[in-house]
Design a protein. Structure first.
Length: 406
């Protein structure tokens, strides 16, 4: 039985929405992008939402908007995908990596210890879709001692008066931070990924959620950032295409990172079905958790903690007391049955580029411990009971094979 790891969810509604975009004669940024922004805004309760062509480009733009400089520091978890730190570098600042907690997410105490007068932003990551402890993080950046340590170096930083918190919500569209609040509105800025493997996809894309406190005007900021995402051009292509609308100006150094309507069409159809799709992802997640609950070697990933609830994006199973080598052998055994699994993530200090920058995995023991025994199992709405039972049997058999042979 061949089981892929993360195929996209494409049904007739998605196909019809894309075809509608193609037939309209308008395929770049236009009405479908705006409609998707409104859907995500409604779903997440964010004050404003701007869709762009990727999570990474959105993060780079927001850090440039913040006005970071080469000596400025941005705190990120060592345990995440590389884009979190690469965005900081592309924006011209220095990523400061800190260790994780046992739930995969960034350690708040590690954040506290890493804050200096050069810290301009913190980017926590909702690993696998399980929200970080944003209440503590927002309390931390608002503590008098931390605010007094903050040294603003740009007009935006002066206006904010403290460290900016950007939720890397790449995995967590649909997660609950508390009973009445989904991710997307719990920090100054949250950025969702709409990449091909995400719960809701536009093939490639991202959505920037704006929730800046007063005196910021999020509606005005949306207009500013929308223009910034189009090379700071005063008219978008849709407006320029109208009769007599050719004249425009360039008013700053922007980026070309807008989302196209033909991409937005995919996400627009999916997000309308997302409550039902999310329910199916939860079904798959809970089936795994129930099946592995009686295995003393299995560490079940977090899904619910008080009022927090995951988006069920990744099923990050950990094998207790495994070495990297044992984990890799177990993956090889699983692959023999044509079940595709993955690992989320190789900690950034273990990657060649970051090693060359001086980062050392020995400084992040919990991140390494989380990684060395982690195996991500397939989780998507299309998985049927027979397939799930097959995956579970294969994983259990692979564990037995690895632990009973040398």
């Amino acid at each position: 039985m061949r089981i892929p790891f993360s195929p996209p969810y494409i049904d007739e509604a998605v196909i019809n929405e894309v075809v509608d975009s193609l037939r309209s004669g308008w395929i770049t940024s236009g009405p479908k992008v705006k409609a998707l922004e409104e859907e995500i805004k409604l779903f997440s309760n964010a004050k404003e939402v701007l869709c762009v062509n990727s999570w990474t480009s959105g993060a780079i733009m927001m850090l440039r908007w913040l006005g970071v400089q080469p000596e400025d520091e941005v705190i990120v978890p060592a345990y995440t995908y590389s884009a979190t730190a690469l965005a900081v570098l592309h924006a011209g600042a220095k990523p400061v990596m800190v260790d994780s907690g046992k739930d995969f997410n960034i350690s708040v105490e590690a954040i506290r210890k890493a804050i200096t007068s050069k810290t301009k932003a913190i980017i926590p990551v909702d690993i696998a879709g399980f929200p970080c402890d944003y209440e503590r993080i927002m309390e931390l950046v608002n503590e008098p001692d931390v605010r007094n340590l903050f040294q603003p170096m740009s007009p935006v930083q002066e206006k904010l008066g403290r460290i900016l918190v950007v939720n890397d919500a790449a995995h967590s569209l649909g997660a609950y931070y508390n009973r009445n609040q989904r991710t997307g509105c719990e920090t100054d800025i949250a950025i969702f990924s709409l990449h091909a493997v995400k719960n809701v996809t536009t093939a490639e894309g991202g959505a920037i959620c704006l929730n800046l406190p007063a005196p910021f005007d999020n509606a005005e900021l949306y207009k500013e950032l929308r223009m910034m995402s189009l090379n700071c051009q005063t008219k978008d292509a849709f407006s320029k295409s109208k009769a007599g609308g050719w004249r425009y100006d360039i008013v700053g150094l922007g980026m070309k990172i807008n989302m196209a309507d033909v991409n937005a069409a995919i996400g627009l159809a999916q997000i309308r079905e997302y409550p039902a799709l999310l329910k199916e992802r939860k079904r798959v997640f809970n089936t795994y958790s129930k099946a592995f609950a009686d295995c003393d070697w299995a560490i079940i990933p977090p899904s619910v903690d008080g009022e927090k609830e995951s988006s069920y994006h990744i099923y990050a199973l950990r094998i207790k007391d495994f070495t990297e080598e044992q984990r890799d052998r177990m993956i090889d055994e699983i692959a023999k049955y044509e079940v595709a699994v993955n690992v989320h993530f190789i900690p950034m200090p273990m990657l060649s580029f970051f090693k060359s920058q001086g980062y050392d995995i020995r400084s992040y023991p919990q991140a390494y411990k989380n990684f060395k025994g982690e195996i991500s199992l397939p989780i998507y709405p299309q998985l049927e009971e027979e397939q799930l039972n097959f995956i579970i049997d294969v994983v259990k058999s692979a564990y037995k094979t690895v632990t009973t042979t040398k």
